[in-house]
Every structure is written in C-alpha cells, then in structure tokens.
Design a protein around this ligand. Structure first.
Ligand SMILES: [Zn+2]
Ligand SMILES: [Zn+2]
Length: 79
C-alpha cells in the first residue's frame, strides 16, 4: 500500500499519505477533497491594451503572453 489515501486515487504518495495532486489541494484549500475554492475566481481578461480575451497565463491571453515574454527577453519593440 503505497498510494494516495484518497478513495479511488491510485497515484503514488508524495507527502502525508497523499499524492502530489491531493497534497496540493490540502495545502491550497485545507482539504484534499476540495476541488474548487468556495469563491469562484472571476475570469480575468488579458491585460494587453484593447485585448478582451480571457487571460490564461500571468494576466495575458496566450498570444500576448507569448509576445510580452519574447519582447522582454530580446528587447524587441512591439508596436
Ligand atoms: Zn490522490
Ligand atoms: Zn491578449
């Protein structure tokens, strides 16, 4: 018996008798059974000017996240 103590979960134990996923939930929500926090997080929009797409990474939509990442790294002016 060396797997997660949660019912129906057969993943290997990471810590405290829980697998990585359930241990993460325990840390985040205080319970490994909680899938979502009580407050549903508001969907945020991309913080790029005039972009109304949903942000998926660090406040940007996938396209603008990529652009700002690349432009930051190589100092290219995106206009
Ligand atoms: Zn588990
Ligand atoms: Zn965007």
């Amino acid at each position: 018996m060396n797997h997660c103590s949660i019912e129906n979960c057969t993943k290997p134990i990471k810590a405290k008798d829980l697998c990585a996923m359930h241990h993460q939930r325990l840390l985040r929500h205080g319970s490994p059974h909680t899938v979502r926090p009580r407050r549903v997080k508001e969907e945020s929009e991309c913080s790029w000017v005039n972009c109304q797409k949903k942000s998926i990474t660090k406040g940007y939509c996938s396209k603008h996240y990529y652009i700002q990442r690349v432009s930051r790294r190589s100092q290219v002016n995106v206009t």
